[in-house]
Design a protein around this ligand. Structure first.
Ligand code: ADP
Ligand code: MG
Length: 235
């Protein structure tokens, strides 16, 4: 029996002017599943992630979240969805430099109207899960790259989204910090049954996922499918 997908896309295409970024991409993400999107630089990974997260609209094709096509959402409902159901982390965590780690993580809850004490208690629990509670008073500039990304993940998860989208979240980290960040991410999202869509070009990172979806020049290929032949790759 197969679980219905939480997030799926079919036939996505998108071009930037004359540059095609996606040329027919499909993907399926089930609740709680960790999917790695891999592929060379320029293969369309970030564009796909942005389309799935409702940050960008595809030219053609459909992204469906919890049974409803995203193109039916107006901007207001889309931003509501992004705030409540989705969490996003990029290569550089985009933490607010003036705020402590604790306040960065508490912020989404404060914006959602949660009282400060409750928001901070939740934020503390998430910092603890990611092993950075000891850094709670530090501003991003005073933390290591790995600590910063763990705080960014804590901030993405504090609202308990159904899906976390991460674009090369460990791209700027050494391999030890990468392992630590990914191990915390896997542990935390298993516990909360949060799905993860993680973009990476590194095999070490993709190895943490339940499944890998490979992009080649803007098209998807299942990594478990037959290897791509040179003629196919250059077509
Ligand atoms: P990846 O994340 O796998 O490196 P991207 O989705 O960033 O791939 O890019 C896919 C293709 O689209 C590349 O050819 C890239 O140069 C192009 N592209 C991406 N973003 C833009 C943009 N904002 N303007 C023009 N071209 C872009
Ligand atoms: Mg990219």
């Amino acid at each position: 029996m197969s679980t219905p997908s939480l997030l799926s896309a079919e036939g996505l295409t998108k071009a930037y002017g004359k540059t095609p970024a996606l040329r027919g991409v499909g993907i399926d993400v089930r609740p709680g599943e960790f999917v790695a999107v891999t592929g060379a630089s320029g293969s369309g990974k970030s564009t796909l992630l942005h389309c799935l997260a409702g940050i960008a609209r595809p030219d053609e094709g459909t992204v469906t979240y919890a049974g409803e096509p995203l193109h039916r959402f107006d901007e207001e409902r889309l931003s509501e969805l992004r705030r409540t159901e989705f969490g996003v982390v990029f290569q550089f965590g985009q933490l607010i430099p003036e705020l402590s780690a604790l306040d960065n993580v508490a912020l989404p809850l404060l914006l959602a109207g949660r009282p400060r004490a409750a928001a901070q208690a939740e934020a503390d629990a998430w910092l603890e899960r990611f092993g950075v509670r000891g850094q709670r008073e530090l501003r991003p500039g005073a933390m290591s790259g790995g600590q910063t990304q763990r705080v960014a993940l804590a901030r993405a998860l504090v609202t308990e989204p159904k899906v976390v989208f991460a674009d090369e979240p460990t791209g700027a980290l050494d391999s030890l910090a990468t392992e630590q960040v990914l191990a915390s991410l896997v542990h935390a999202t298993r516990e909360t049954h949060t799905a993860v869509v993680l973009v990476t070009h590194e095999a070490q990172v993709a190895a943490y996922a339940d499944r890998e979806v490979r992009l080649l020049d803007g098209t998807t290929r299942d990594a478990s499918a037959a290897p791509v032949t040179p003629t196919e790759a250059t077509r």
